[in-house]
Design a binder for this molecule. Structure first.
Ligand code: PLP
Length: 363
């Protein structure tokens, strides 16, 4: 297999794929594969319950939070969130840190008033506004933040603690699509955490929502029933047919994470992986990463060749060396290496070796 640095859908742990292949035709003696099972049958219900229990354990999700397995991806959540959470308030606060949060704020503005609490635009999206600079409105329904911007490669290093700015009453809503389960978080700092699964969890098609119970039951009458968090929670994520196979694979990934030592162990590995790559880039005069070091993403590492005329040769050579999907997002240019949980340090080391070899040949 190649080293796949895709931002998503992204590489999955090989062990998980092998287990899924083994169970494809006959899951645990059921005589059928998971894709063929009724979501209401005891086999699939046991798979979904185990997946939820494992996710709760991995993230230490408190008892007053519900875990929802939904569909539509993070982009659908950009609408589903205001439809569910605005309630009787008319305003929500948004922190802009890059492409994804800008998109989220634009969508929310279709349903209510958006107050821009902070924006990193003036930095060219190379830093994130510190919590102390956020200007919350008087009575927002929630404060939205994307804690890891996949395209720009910026990440908040700590959970946002609104108590530090005297606004503990405002629920924080966080798009964690591209770093959920990559580091230890304190779920109780958030009102709602969401993410598409296809980066750090499993296949596309599954959206994870972790929501504090007191935020349920506020949905607008215009909210589609299948996207009303209360309805989804009460139906155990089975109001409509859930993405069964994606939930099954996510469950295998959760079990794999537990075998790796859980989220704290993954965080230590992710720190080591990111350090290996950033240290090399910083020490090189051939490549550069332009992000403020205090908010560099551990998951998504954008970088540039100082001589951009060599970009095509770089990508061709990378492909030949078995290093795939390194082209940067079109809005940023350059290169990007996404190094989610499933990327072992050996893959990052192979990338650094290639970076060195290419620089030596063309420098
Ligand atoms: N938010 C973030 C941080 C992302 O990385 C992505 C990536 O695709 C999205 C939102 C959009 O997610 P989806 O395509 O699952 O709707």
């Amino acid at each position: 297999r190649v080293w796949n640095f895709s931002a998503g859908p992204a590489a999955l742990p090989e062990e998980v794929l092998r287990q899924a292949a083994e169970e494809m035709l006959d899951w645990h003696g059921a005589g059928m594969g998971v894709m063929e099972m009724s979501h209401r049958g005891k086999e699939f219900i046991s798979i979904a319950e185990q997946a939820e229990a494992d996710l709760r354990e991995l993230l230490a999700v408190p008892a007053d939070y519900r875990v929802l397995f939904m569909q539509g991806g993070a982009i659908a959540e950009n609408a589903i969130i205001p439809l569910n959470l605005l309630g009787e308030r008319d305003t929500a606060d948004y922190v802009l840190t890059g492409s994804w949060s800008v998109k989220s704020a634009k969508e929310a503005a279709r349903y209510g008033k958006v107050n821009l609490a902070a924006s990193a635009e003036a930095s060219g999206w190379t830093s994130v506004p510190v919590l102390e600079s956020w200007q919350l409105s008087a009575d927002p329904a929630y404060l939205f933040v994307c804690t890891n911007e996949t395209i720009g490669g910026v990440e908040y290093a700590a959970d946002p603690d609104l108590a530090r700015i005297g606004r503990a009453e405002v629920p924080v809503v966080a798009d964690m699509s591209s770093h959920i389960l990559s580091r230890v978080i304190d779920v109780s700092r958030y009102g709602l955490i969401f993410g598409g699964a296809q980066k750090n969890i499993g296949p596309a098609g599954l959206t994870i929502v972790i929501v504090r119970e007191d935020l349920l039951g506020r949905a607008s009458p215009h909210c589609p029933t299948a996207f009303d968090y209360k309805t989804v929670a009460e139906a155990g994520s089975m109001y409509n047919t859930p993405p069964t196979y994606a939930i099954y694979i996510a469950g295998l990934v959760f079990q794999w994470l537990k075998r790796q030592g859980g989220v704290a162990a993954m965080e230590a590995r992710n720190i080591a992986k990111a350090r290996l790559l950033y240290d090399y880039l910083d020490g090189s005069d051939f490549y550069e990463n332009r992000i403020d070091p205090v908010c560099r993403s551990r998951m998504n590492v954008p970088f540039f060749l100082k001589n951009e005329a060599l970009n095509d040769a770089f990508l061709t050579g990378a492909r030949e060396a078995g290093l795939l999907q390194l082209k940067g997002h079109k809005s940023v240019g350059g290169m990007r290496a996404s190094i989610y949980n499933a990327m072992p340090i050996e893959g990052v080391a192979a990338l650094v070796d290639y970076l060195k070899t290419f620089a030596a040949r063309h420098g």
